[in-house]
Design a protein around this ligand. Structure first.
Ligand code: FES
Ligand code: FE2
Length: 447
């Protein structure tokens, strides 16, 4: 058996509290929603935007989470900066749209004016403030901000660990794919009738894949996936790719999807008759051989990363799926007042082929799809409802559309008196780990 690419088992970092039943209240009660706004969102590092959208001083983006609004910008020296989007005069939102560029931040209520560094630079009619105004004290209130892989993260808690300590080992795996070099192709948000954690749970297990995503049998071996459990509640899964579901009869010949993947990297599909499981072990070599000609460089990627697919869920609400030439960054956000609703954001990235990779290797540049070489403008944000997906007017990929077809019924079921708690199988260990950590975050961690 040539299983140089064989994977191990569950990599387990225990949660800090004992496993508890996952009951319905956390998905349906307004009390839970309110406590999350106090205990989760202000304490954790949260994925808040893209560095490429904050390229120049004065570029800004607003990130709304629960009842907080965060203003992120770039200062004159070129540093990222983040502030509560709250005017220090009487509390108005300083910025009311979600992105743009400004010369300075002018509050729409009475015109207090702040610099890119949040400093209060101008107050109309200052003589009307008897005793004057301390501009340092009345500057925008800063919060922590950092960027890795081109993703901007914010944290409202001064006592939280550093961004890199928080993201930890799970981020080290994502970092190997260099998201910062990929191109953003799609920026979507769907409004769903379910709790934000129901989406996160959906991406915490592969048990449902055989039932609602039949197309995955032709490309991945989900039942043998390796689960990873990390500190702070992060989890990951690594799935054999360029293969078939080994719980099913192994086909004699490669299916059309595998044939397409082989052809892209210069392999001969007919050579794999009776050897379908060897495609996965051969793909890294084929990729390395064909990569320079196609404009992709795989020099610093391991063989496993060239054959498989990885997904990491970062506590509390960010999910990142990575393959050598594409990535999906997803995030769920709660509805501010209704636990039965949420927003699900999806950013789709691809690595564009580059002629200089072929030049460096001294081979002719022959991208797989010449259209991929064209410049891609930053896509507009597209927001729509789950009904538009169900009607077929919008899509977030066939797999995610299949999830969306089901997810409001799951929420409806959890609201029923007929539901008590979840009974998880071994393959849903990531869901349990996440909720154990969620319980820890929701408790008083100072005890
Ligand atoms: S609340 Fe902003 S200037 Fe008055
Ligand atoms: Fe799914």
């Amino acid at each position: 058996m040539n299983h140089v690419l064989a994977r191990a088992n569950v990599i387990h970092t225990p949660a800090p509290v004992a496993a508890q039943p996952i009951t319905a209240d956390r998905y349906i009660s307004t009390d839970w929603l309110a406590r999350e706004a106090d205990r989760i969102w202000p304490r954790a590092w949260l994925f808040a935007g893209l560095e490429r959208d904050l390229a120049e001083p004065g570029d800004y983006r607003v990130f709304n989470i629960a009842y907080e609004s965060i203003l992120i910008t770039r200062t004159e020296p070129g540093e990222l900066a983040a502030f509560f989007n709250v005017c220090q005069h009487r509390g108005a939102r300083v910025v009311v749209n979600d992105h743009g560029w400004v010369k300075n931040f002018v509050c729409p209520y009475h015109g207090w004016t702040y610099g890119y560094d949040g400093h209060l630079d101008h107050v109309p009619d200052p003589e009307r403030f008897t005793g004057g105004i301390d501009c340092e004290k009345r500057s925008l209130r800063p919060i922590r901000v950092g960027a890795v892989g081109g993703l901007v993260w914010i944290c409202m808690d001064e006592a939280a660990p550093s961004l890199t300590d928080f993201l930890g080992e799970a981020w080290q795996a994502v970092a190997a794919y260099h998201l910062e070099d990929m191109t953003l192709y799609e920026d979507q948000t769907v409004e769903l009738d379910c709790n934000w954690k129901a989406v996160f749970d959906n991406f915490g297990e592969l048990y449902h894949v055989d039932h609602i995503h039949p197309q995955h049998e032709l490309l991945f071996d989900c039942p043998t996936a390796e689960n990873h459990l990390f500190d702070y509640g992060h989890t990951g899964v690594v799935i054999d790719g360029h293969t078939v579901n080994t719980r099913m009869p192994i086909p004699e010949k490669p299916n059309p999807y595998l044939k397409g993947q082989l052809r892209m990297f210069g392999g001969d599909p007919d050579a794999y008759d009776g050897r379908v499981l060897e495609i996965r072990t051969d793909i890294p070599r084929l990729r390395r051989e064909a990569g320079p000609r196609l404009g992709w460089c795989y020099d610093d990627m391991s063989d496993l990363r060239l054959s498989d697919i990885e997904q990491y869920n970062f506590f509390p609400n960010t999910m990142i799926t990575v393959q050598p030439d594409d990535a999906i960054v997803m995030r769920t956000r709660p509805h501010p007042t209704d636990p039965n609703k949420c927003f699900w954001d999806k950013l789709t990235f691809r690595r564009q082929p580059r002629a200089e990779v072929a030049d460096r290797a001294n081979v002719a540049f022959e991208p797989h799809d010449p259209a991929d070489v064209a410049d891609v403008p930053r896509p507009e944000h597209d927001q729509f409802t789950q009904d538009e997906i169900i009607a077929g007017n919008k899509s977030m990929t066939i797999t995610i559309d299949q999830d969306i077809h089901l997810i409001r019924d799951i929420q409806a079921g959890m609201r029923s008196r007929g539901f008590r708690d979840a009974k998880l199988c071994d393959d849903e260990i990531r869901v349990q780990h996440y909720h154990d950590w969620l319980n820890h975050w929701m408790g008083d961690r100072s005890e």
